[in-house]
Design a protein around this ligand. Structure first.
Ligand SMILES: [Zn+2]
Length: 162
C-alpha cells in the first residue's frame, strides 16, 4: 500500500511537470518552484500550489490546468488544489532547469542574490550582457518587467526577484 502511494505520487509529479504557466509555456510549475507538495490518499490527491505573485491573473488557469492534467491519471478520482501562502514563493525556488528554460524563452531569470541591497542585477537572456536598462517596470503582467539590452539591442522580459 505504502509503495503504491509513492508510485502514484511520482505519477502526479510527472503530470505536474507537463503543466506550465500559460504565459511562459516552456517552464513547468514544478520548475518554477510553485508546487509545494503532493499528498496522495487512496484515489484522492491534494496538490499544494504556491502562487508566485498575488493577483497574477494566470493563477486560476493554472489551478484548472493542474486539476485537468492530474485527473487524467487512471487511479485518481479526485484532485484538490490548495493555494498555499506559507511558505511564500520566492524567486530562488525556480530550479536550475527552470532558469535555463526561462532564458531560452527570452526571459531573464531573477538574480540568485543581489550583491547590493535594492539593486537588481539582470543579464540579457540572449547575449548575457549586463549592459541592460529597465524600460518599463510594469511588463505585460505584474510578475515581469521589460528591459532593453544595450549590447544586442533586444528588448526582453525579466522576472522580478522576490
Ligand atoms: Zn543582449
Amino acid at each position: 500500500m505504502q509503495e503504491a502511494c509513492i508510485f502514484l505520487e511520482q505519477k502526479v509529479w510527472d503530470k505536474l511537470q507537463e503543466v506550465t504557466d500559460p504565459e511562459i509555456t516552456s517552464v513547468s510549475l514544478v520548475e518554477m518552484g510553485m508546487i509545494d507538495g503532493v499528498e496522495v490518499d487512496g484515489g484522492k490527491v491534494t496538490v499544494k500550489l504556491l502562487p508566485t505573485y498575488v493577483g497574477c491573473p494566470a493563477l486560476h488557469m493554472m489551478e484548472n490546468d493542474v486539476i485537468t492534467s492530474v485527473s487524467t491519471i487512471e487511479e485518481i478520482d479526485e484532485v484538490n488544489v490548495i493555494l498555499v501562502k506559507n511558505p511564500i514563493w520566492t524567486s530562488d525556488r525556480i530550479t536550475a532547469e527552470g532558469r535555463e528554460k526561462l532564458k531560452e524563452f527570452g526571459i531573464a531569470p531573477p538574480p540568485l542574490e543581489s550583491k547590493q541591497e535594492g539593486v537588481w542585477e539582470v543579464e540579457c537572456p540572449y547575449c548575457s550582457s549586463p549592459r541592460v536598462v529597465l524600460d518599463n517596470l510594469f511588463g505585460p503582467t505584474a510578475c515581469r518587467s521589460i528591459f532593453y539590452c544595450n549590447k544586442c539591442k533586444n528588448p526582453f522580459e525579466a522576472i522580478k526577484p522576490v
